[in-house]
Design a protein around this ligand. Sequence first.
Ligand SMILES: Cc1ncc(COP(=O)(O)O)c(C=O)c1O
Length: 339
Amino acid sequence: MLNIDWKNLPFGYFKTDYNVRCYYRDGKWGIVETSSSEHINMHMAATCLHYGQEAFEGMKAYRGKDGKVRIFRWEENAKRMQRSADGVMMAEVPTELFKEAIFKVIKLNEKYVPPYGLGASLYIRPLLIGTGPEVGVRPSKEYLFIVFVGPVGPYFKEGFNPVEMQIINDYHRAAPYGTGHIKVGGNYAASLKALHRGHKEGFASVIFLSSADDKYIDEAGPANFFGIKGRKYITPDSPSILPSITNMSLRQLASDMGLTVELRSVKVDELGEFDEVGACGTAAVISPIKRIVDRGTGKSYEYCKDGVAGPYSSKLYFNLCEIQEGITEDIHNWVTIVE
Ligand SMILES: Cc1ncc(COP(=O)(O)O)c(C=O)c1O
């Protein structure tokens, strides 16, 4: 038996028994190997270290009420990792290889999938890196695909309780025609200083604006942004936003509930018109936002006046969680049971 305090898990690294690895050499992928080492032995001139040839994914496995382990829309993560690989000229991980690796690593570490009902899950981190040595700026000829897992608790300490966010315009996460639409490490490096300062100033996260003109909402840190206005679910469309699989799913659920879905540019000025706003992503599903402060102008926007998430955010949140945990019927075929 494992001695883990499942209820108080942080969202952080947790050592488990195994990870899986697959090497790309001589133009082809090898077999999926099991490793119990937490370390990678790598050439000091590897392109991931020098030229940012790296991409990752973030997904979760959930223990259902019925005890079964489920993963959510893994094919979308496989496709996104292929787009990320293409964006920084890495060898793409074929969908079948991606599937084999994630299912294998979950099975190997099944005892680390938290019990149902404690708000914890098994986080899955696929990682693709250029490992071949290059000194000139060019893509590697060799790659390593590695997947590790670990049990995690909620991303924000507030859980599903409303958080405060800060709009900033003195840092940008991604440039127009840059790499904002793919999940590569450089975007996260670019966001660190802003996030760190935001945390120090008391905010759960920062909201990045369109870097060309600072007029439109891009992303809420490592999550997409959405707002509810009347019976509309509105979420920003921009070439520098990472297409969130959670957001894609919430748009479908919103439409199933009879809301109109608008995927379009969202001006900062429009924030005053929303009834509910939130951030969405795998880590937190939905983080309702109670207050947004514009660091530049000092203007503040208030939501959740009674201190709790709004009715549509709550409905969407519970609907998605219940699909992930196998409680609600999975009419869109989003969930795969790990057997
Ligand atoms: C920058 C960024 N935006 C949005 C998301 C949410 O995406 P998803 O719902 O696929 O987890 C993430 C997390 O993966 C992210 O890192």
